[in-house]
Design a binder for this molecule. Structure first.
Ligand code: URA
Length: 234
């Protein structure tokens, strides 16, 4: 592959061109200034300002999505979640895995790895998503039974879901294994309750870190992400 592509984590195309021109990049100890110089993707001999560069083509980001952003990469009118990520990540062109509503907060994955994104959203994989929901009227035992039984909607049948009560009567945790449009709100609505606040707190075993600020992201490797998501199911 071309050396400028190999260096893609180091800056924009023009930044990389400048970096190469400045003589900051060596391959096997020799300064290389030619952007088209060929290196193997797994080459371990590329150094930039004395630091080894490892090529990566995929990126895996964990975000604490704030309200007011849509789960998309562009929109004509509204801010999108990728507006929140820095250029060092944006150049990999990540996109959200699944969707949180504009007024939903919490755990959102972004990647440019289509295969993994597909796997995580596939209904067959049954990756559980856990939400904290605040409702206008407290949910009760009958609601919990209705969740456990699964629910019929005109356009789909929701699989059995789990409702857990908390010390606050208006706050519950809800775990679903699908990701249908507005699913949590619709399931609560079927019980006659309106969701006034919704936050995703886990995807499989990957939990939203309490100290991850709204709008902040951190990067995981593919292995770390898979390990955390599948480490336990709720
Ligand atoms: N269910 C909803 O209703 N909204 C979300 O954003 C996610 C799950």
């Amino acid at each position: 592959m071309r050396l400028d592509k190999f260096l893609c984590s180091k800056g924009t195309r023009s930044e990389i061109r400048k970096l190469l021109k400045s003589g900051a990049v060596t391959v096997n100890g020799e300064v290389v200034k030619d952007s088209g110089f060929q290196v193997a993707p797994d080459c371990t001999a590329v150094m930039c300002r004395g630091e080894r560069v490892i090529y990566k083509s995929f990126i895996y980001l964990v975000m604490n999505k704030p309200q007011g952003y849509i789960s998309a990469t562009r929109d004509k009118k509204l801010p999108v979640v990728t507006d929140l990520i820095g250029e060092e990540y944006r150049r990999f062109e990540p996109y959200p895995v699944g969707r949180l509503d504009i007024d939903t907060e919490g755990l959102l994955l972004l990647t440019n790895d289509g295969e993994l994104a597909h796997e995580l959203t596939s209904p067959k994989k049954d990756v559980c998503k856990r939400y904290m929901a605040v409702t206008d009227i407290p949910m009760d035992k009958a609601d919990s039974d209705a969740f456990s039984a699964g629910m019929e909607f005109s356009d789909f049948t929701a699989k059995p879901a789990r409702l857990e009560f908390t010390d606050d009567p208006n706050t519950v945790f809800i775990t679903i294994s699908e990701g249908k449009f507005h699913q949590v709100k619709r399931m609560c609505g079927k019980c006659g309750k309106h969701v006034t606040f919704l936050k995703r707190v886990a995807i499989g075993g990957l939990e939203l870190k309490e100290d991850l600020a709204l709008g902040a992201v951190y990067e995981l490797t593919k292995e770390e992400l898979i390990e955390q998501i599948y480490k336990k199911e709720f």
